[in-house]
Design a protein around this ligand. Structure first.
Ligand code: ADP
Ligand code: NAG
Length: 306
């Protein structure tokens, strides 16, 4: 019962009155280091709900990589498939936020791009035994597709989160996705439709489903999500509960982590019900500041979600 996830990054945001110009050095108010990467976030959310998880990823043989691994261990995530390389640095995102709340971000994928076929082969035995495999696009898309194919060939259920989205996504991804889960902007980029409301999401979900996935979920922020299964003709809007959001960063990752938990622990639950519960988990995450810091543990949630 091992769930597998894919990676990335360490991020180090700083807050400054304004963004520096080229060649300029300015003083900021605050600097901190956080753990991120969609795969890591999703994995940690699933682990906090009580699922046995493993991360398949590559970090650098550096201070960031060591800390990154420790963070997984602190969250009860298996790290047998977390490799460290001296050929590249740990993936990192440097974020500068000015007083107006605008940001400038530099992302270096680093070691993430060194995860390939060789590592997947080493993880294959674990992937085969897993109930669910979750992939994103923060590693090489070729590696992501291979991993999904391996899982699919072994009847392991797959969740694919095409984030960050790329416009000409290989159609192979759709055919190996049991649940293709993205947000509005990703659905828009992938389909070419504009996706601004529930009605648009129903249309976009139909288009994504036509490309070959078994089910599609499009998350809609405070509106919850739209769920469409291949066996049904019409999609279902699954609304979220109204909450006072303080920080929505990572909401999508909390949702996907929760979804992975339900697929693993309640494989026969209707997908709409999984989505309804994942909405509730993600709604808790938006009521606290930060990404992983805002993700709830099983003990923080009502028992009827489990
Ligand atoms: N303001 C909000 N109130 C309640 N739930 C929210 C809110 N924002 C996000 N969520 C929950 O988080 C999920 C993912 O949010 P969304 O904004 O679509 O993803 P992303 O983080 O990828 O932008 C939504 O489907 C919903 O369940
Ligand atoms: C969707 O997720 C991407 C990250 O992949 C993020 O940049 C974008 O703002 C999100 N869009 C919405 C509408 O939340």
């Amino acid at each position: 019962m091992l769930e597998c996830f894919f990676v990335v990054v360490f991020f180090h945001p700083s807050q400054a009155p304004r963004l520096p110009k080229a060649g300029e050095t300015i003083h900021g108010h605050k600097f901190f280091i956080g753990f991120g990467g969609k795969g890591a976030n999703q994995c940690i959310q699933a682990a906090r709900l009580g699922v046995k998880t493993a991360m398949i990823c590559k970090v650098g043989k550096d201070f960031f990589g060591d800390n990154y691994i420790q963070n997984f261990k602190d969250n009860d995530v298996h790290t047998d498939f977390v490799w460290q390389t001296s050929d590249a640095a740990t993936g990192a995102a440097s974020i500068t936020v000015n007083d107006a709340g605008e940001n400038a971000i530099v992302i270096v994928a680093g070691a993430n791009m060194r995860l390939g076929e060789e590592e997947l082969q080493k993880a294959l035995t674990a992937i085969r035994k897993a109930k669910v495999l979750v992939c994103q696009l923060e590693i090489s898309s070729q590696t992501s597709l291979r991993a999904l194919q391996m899982a699919h060939d072994n009847k392991v259920r797959t969740i694919f989160n095409p984030a960050p989205a790329i416009p000409d996504l290989d159609f192979g991804f759709y055919r190996v996705s049991d649940v293709f889960c993205c947000n509005e902007s990703e659905a828009e980029l992938l389909t070419g439709y504009s996706v601004n409301n529930v009605e648009d999401a129903h249309q976009a979900a139909q288009e994504l489903l036509r490309r070959g996935c078994t089910a599609v979920i499009i998350t809609l922020g405070p509106q919850g999500c739209v769920v469409l299964k291949a066996q049904d003709k019409t999609s279902t809007h699954v609304p979220s509960t109204a909450v006072k959001a303080v920080d929505t960063t990572g909401a999508g990752d909390s949702f996907i982590g929760a979804l992975a938990f339900y697929l693993a622990h309640h494989p026969d639950m209707p997908l709409e019900e999984m989505a309804r519960r994942a909405n509730q988990v993600a709604a808790v995450s938006v009521q606290a500041v930060g990404t992983q810091t805002s993700f709830p543990f099983k003990r923080d949630l009502p028992a009827d979600l489990f």
